[in-house]
Design a binder for this molecule. Sequence first.
Ligand SMILES: Cc1cc2nc3c(=O)[nH]c(=O)nc-3n(C[C@H](O)[C@H](O)[C@H](O)COP(=O)(O)OP(=O)(O)OC[C@H]3O[C@@H](n4cnc5c(N)ncnc54)[C@H](O)[C@@H]3O)c2cc1C
Length: 480
Amino acid sequence: MALPKPHEADLVVIGAGPAGAAAALAASRAGLSVVLLDEAASPGGQVYRAPPAGLSVSPGKRGPDDDAGDALRAGIAASSVVWRGSARVWSVSGAFRVDAVTPSGNESFFAPRLVAATGAHERLVPFPGWTKPGVIGLAAATILLKSQGMIPGRRSVVAGCGPLLAAVAAKIVVAGGAVAAVVDLSGPGDWLRALPGLARRPDLLRQGLGWALKLGAARVPVLFRHGVVAVEGAEACERVVAAPVDTEGRPRGGSLRGFEADALAIGHGLVPGAEITKLLRARHHFDPAAGGWTPVRDAFGRCSVAGLYAVGDGAAVAGAEPARLSGQLAGLAAAHDAGRIPLEAFEREAASVRAGLARMSAFAGAVGRLMRPRPAMVEAIAPETVICRCEDVTRSEIETAIAEGARDINQLKHFTRCGMGPCQGRMCGETAAGLLALQVGSREEVGYWTGRPPLRPVPLADLLGRFDYGDIPVPTPAPL
Ligand SMILES: Cc1cc2nc3c(=O)[nH]c(=O)nc-3n(C[C@H](O)[C@H](O)[C@H](O)COP(=O)(O)OP(=O)(O)OC[C@H]3O[C@@H](n4cnc5c(N)ncnc54)[C@H](O)[C@@H]3O)c2cc1C
């Protein structure tokens, strides 16, 4: 569908993962003009990420995610949704102007309604050596495997918590790499307790058991209730050291286990990427079960700012299928709010989606408990460990700032520059807030970083376009 006016639409959706794609499709089916923006070249998001042009997945290695991703992309292509890929949104303002750097330069999009569907980012609690080359995020490893067809190293350790552990380790084995060990913060008892919830999605449970069997066949050692305590190596990762931990992730003494490895893929859960709702000053609340600070929403994703909807893992970490259903609900709600779906039809359609979402909650809860934050890990960080790698801020510098009076996360940022680097605190934010919470009492009191543009690093040249310094008008000085 062509937009009524260039860059104007009834609805802009940011993020083309399962949540954003479903919102865009539901709204456009109801007659709204919809622009769907994503910094990736193709729709799909993290879980259904498309391989780049020229790199196809060989038939023997295709999994259910590849088929679901192809179906999502075909759905968008066949719809009237205006798809704009490689569009990096760096600012959202007013009600609503969306600025994105696209292959054509900086472009602004306008709509009275906006869906934020920007997904999650990783939580990674630092330890000595975590900034060495060869150490990457667990979820980041899925990107490497899916979008580049690459394994993290010749011999990898895979560590952290949650189902991504087995997924990444098994995919490395299938791709021909060696996995020295899987180091899991959870114990067998945690997995057994999660089983009834996981069994609510038999397809995913079967997939998980398939991964476990692959690891068993490759004789990969699995260390339950262990955490990585150090990465050693002169210049890069050469050896990963793991230690037994208690249920809260606190090292509890006992024998250390060292593994020769040139790569470590490690992650401690996911955090909602709620930067857009924070930027637009929507109300948020701290919900550990949903991954941390999340926008306050009604059952349809409506936020406290009129016309703003938040869906998927960017609003509450719950997984791909709940993300899709929450997106569908918000798309329907946007169309209803715009007067395109009468109340009765809206309620009828929404009821069946909401029933599907309710069926997912036991599964999402079980995964959420496996990936829950373990505050004791933050407590155990050594003083000289770097927390903010962009600005090189250590734990002891953070402690000094707290001793000097920093009481919330924004004060801490002003005192130390922690969170001011190119990642805008996505990497260090959780740990810095956790350290502060140990002193001030709770994450609620610590608060969250005030949303600020740019949401993503963008080159100034892309924002300014081509210009010559001689063309800049110099005002005549005022007479004295
Ligand atoms: C790195 C990573 C890898 C993951 N891999 C897997 C996996 O392999 N399997 C699995 O089951 N789950 C995976 N997950 C969890 C998974 O992301 C979710 O359960 C599911 O994809 C959530 O769907 P969503 O639509 O909410 O978000 P996503 O699928 O994350 O989609 C969000 C989209 O928003 C886009 N976006 C964000 N900010 C901007 C911006 N400023 N400008 C433009 N576009 C933007 C992103 O490019 C992305 O395509 C992963 C999570 C992460 C963080």
